[in-house]
Design a protein around this ligand. Structure first.
Ligand code: 5GP
Ligand code: MG
Length: 176
């Protein structure tokens, strides 16, 4: 697997995100909603760098089977009450944007004071929605990536770096 972002680069990216978020909200209380499962590592690293009073909830979405998209499902049972709160949605990657678009639509209906999103990665040129997250750590090329929370069939999330999963890797993996 080809390494796209090593541990040092990832850490610097998360540090940049945290600086921007701290600057935007100042001392105002913030409610974080992490999109499971891909955002777990980013959430753990990022929230420890945030300085405002913080509440942390999660929603779960899933759309991929292997590298192919299936239907999107959203489970918001563990989200926390977001009415009249400043809310920041956190996800691993903004690809087509459909996932965050659907979660955003769901959350807007619950009456937050403000709603923004932060992602580690944005895949260049892939968006099918007309907006982008306010906070983005890295723009990356259109490749399927794993590690630092991102999976292939639920594996590889624990890699401390971000790697491109190439067709040869996938073939080797499914043949084992
Ligand atoms: P979108 O809805 O923006 O197209 O896709 C967002 C979701 O798809 C992400 O939360 C992530 O779970 C998954 N995804 C998109 N691109 C990749 C990728 O390159 N690698 C992995 N592992 N997941 C991806
Ligand atoms: Mg995801």
């Amino acid at each position: 697997m080809k390494i796209l972002l090593n541990e040092k680069a990832l850490n610097e990216g998360v540090e940049r995100l945290a600086d921007e978020i701290n600057e935007t909200y100042g001392d105002k209380p913030l409610t974080i909603v992490g999109v499971l499962t891909g955002s777990v590592i980013l959430m753990a690293d990022l929230i420890r760098k945030l300085k405002m009073p913080l509440r942390v909830g999660v929603v779960q979405t899933s759309s991929y089977e292997g590298t192919e998209r299936g239907a999107l499902t959203i489970n918001s049972e563990m989200m926390l009450d977001i009415a009249d709160r400043d809310v920041l949605l956190i996800d691993d990657i903004f690809d087509t944007g459909n996932t965050l678009e659907e979660v955003t639509q769901l959350m807007k209906g619950l009456g937050p004071t403000s709603l923004r999103s932060a992602v580690l990665l944005l895949k260049t040129g892939r968006q099918l929605v007309d907006w982008k997250p306010e906070f983005v750590a890295f723009d990356i090329p259109d490749e399927f990536v794993v590690g630092y929370g991102l999976d292939f069939n639920d594996e590889f999330r624990n890699l401390p770096y971000l790697a491109c999963l190439e067709p040869a890797d996938i073939q080797g993996f499914t043949e084992v």
